[in-house]
Design a protein around this ligand. Structure first.
Ligand code: TYD
Length: 208
């Protein structure tokens, strides 16, 4: 879907912060046709689902239940935020989308990539991103940079082996469909990563 861009990466790579900097950059230049949003959540009902998913007290949650909750949150968020914005001719940046489900639930949780691709095909239909930015930093480097995983976040608190599978899962998806991804090395400073991110968006004709 033209003008729908998603941003992916392992926990702790600075994805959310980079998106915030990009948002500031666009606001300073008066670019008001750009919407920034995130998953899971991003709209009222979807944020309520997010709280259930990430609540550290819900450690007994079944993996397939988790996969369906992410998909449910996605359906609502598409309806409330993404579709209306695209219909109004806006550009939408979404912090995480289906590729997170493919790697976290399909690959790292081991539910099966095909099954999770199918679930999300039902959830999003034609609303697939034009391309996906992948902020590339291993979970080991990401967690050591931010001083360890956040134990109050049910997903972040899963063991290191899980996050290593997430990282290699992303690499697998990128290798299978390289034209759909822009891989950005996120091992440098915040400013360096932001510069690379803007360069990619200029190259793709999203920013001038
Ligand atoms: P969040 O605190 O937003 O993490 P981040 O800032 O790294 O995006 O929590 C989102 C968590 O949910 C993160 O661990 C990734 C995970 N996730 C999935 O497992 N599947 C999904 O489909 C999505 C959207 C996120």
């Amino acid at each position: 879907m033209r003008n729908f861009i998603t941003i992916e990466g392992c926990d702790g790579v600075g994805k959310t912060y980079q998106t915030k900097l990009l948002k500031q950059y666009c606001a300073e230049r008066g670019l008001d046709n750009i919407v920034f949003t995130r998953e899971p959540g991003g709209s009222d009902i979807a944020e309520q689902i997010r709280r259930i998913i990430l609540d550290a007290n819900n450690s007994a949650m079944d993996d397939m239940c988790e996969a369906f909750l992410y998909a449910s949150s996605r359906i609502q968020h598409l309806k409330d935020i993404v579709k209306p914005a695209l219909e109004q001719g806006k550009i939408v940046f979404c912090d995480r989308f289906v590729h997170s489900s493919y790697v976290y639930q399909g690959i790292a949780r081991g539910l099966g990539l095909d099954k999770i691709v199918e679930l999300n095909r039902i959830a999003v239909g034609e609303y697939m991103p034009e391309f996906t930015i992948f902020l590339d930093l291993s979970p080991q480097d990401a967690f050591s940079r931010k001083g360890g995983a956040d134990q109050s976040d049910r997903m972040e608190a899963v063991d290191y082996a899980f996050h290593a599978k997430v990282y290699s899962g992303y690499k697998q998806l990128i290798a299978a469909d390289p034209d759909k991804f822009e891989v950005i090395d996120a091992s440098g400073s915040v400013e360096q990563t932001q510069r690379k991110l803007r360069e990619v968006l200029i190259k793709r004709g999203i920013l001038k």
